[in-house]
Design a protein around this ligand. Sequence first.
Ligand SMILES: NC(=O)c1ccc[n+]([C@@H]2O[C@H](COP(=O)([O-])OP(=O)(O)OC[C@H]3O[C@@H](n4cnc5c(N)ncnc54)[C@H](OP(=O)(O)O)[C@@H]3O)[C@@H](O)[C@H]2O)c1
Length: 293
Amino acid sequence: MAAQLIDGTAIASEIRAEVARDTAALKAKGVTPGLAAIIVGDNAGSISYVAMKTAACAEAGIFSETFRLPESTTQEELVALVRRINADARFHAILPQLPLPKQIDELAVIDAMDPAKDADGLHPNNLGRLLRGELAGAIPCTPNGVVELLLRTGNDPSGKHVVVVGRSTLVGRPLAVLLSNKAKGGNATVTICHTATPDIAVHTRQADIVVMAAGRANTLTKEMIRPGAVVIDVGVNRVDAPNRPSGYRLVGDASIDVREVASRVTPYTGGVGPMTVAMLLVNTVKAAERSVR
Ligand SMILES: NC(=O)c1ccc[n+]([C@@H]2O[C@H](COP(=O)([O-])OP(=O)(O)OC[C@H]3O[C@@H](n4cnc5c(N)ncnc54)[C@H](OP(=O)(O)O)[C@@H]3O)[C@@H](O)[C@H]2O)c1
């Protein structure tokens, strides 16, 4: 039987409506949540991701401003901007859109943010708190979106074996921490696979839930999962599509045949992506709420 597709767009829109309600309550107290997004250079992906995020802010009643800096920006200039935003009371959250140009050390920029204004939960204070099981601060948006997607589709990871393929600081590792925390959305038995894993299929075949965050098309095929597994595909990969005007199309890390074996699968678009945006709004509003406590 073909897998049921998980509608991330619908679930994200539910969350965005909740955010809009929380934003209205804050505004009634005289506080408008604010997000500062920073784009350095002309990366088309960054520009379109930030446009989506700021449009979602506007829809939820969140104030946002995008700071565009040239590709030649130095690390010192970017850190100086981050510090100015740290001190600007209009903004409760800061999002330096990654990747940054080569001359800039991303960690130095993340470290320069006031941890209370860290929109993606990547500041060491916030990652450290996550590791300690303290979930009141900013949680990285994509991992948090994956957990929310599981919870809201009746696939609570508690007691399940979840295999996460990918160990980045942005996705794989914070997700593994969230899933293994002794908390709602956690309590799973988690295996992390990466490029030094000799045979990821040995692990994925045992999983109740597989989360793909490798950034490589066709890394997971139908032979690699067990019947009825849930597959959450974080990957976004360009593959050649000569018939399309753009010359490419976007696919995930799981091949399409996975849908013949899995019970539920996220689609290539409208799966995890909209959840990342929704969780950014959640982090922004929570930061604004904490600022008035
Ligand atoms: N939808 C969204 O909202 C969203 C958000 C963020 C990211 N993404 C997408 O998610 C993907 C992952 O992002 P990322 O930032 O985590 O990427 P990343 O920093 O490149 O990390 C990829 C991870 O996958 C592992 N890996 C790569 N190929 C593998 C393979 N064949 N087998 C097993 N492990 C493999 C790497 O292992 P090593 O550590 O050993 O190199 C690394 O840990 C990308 O496609 C990205 O575009 C989507």
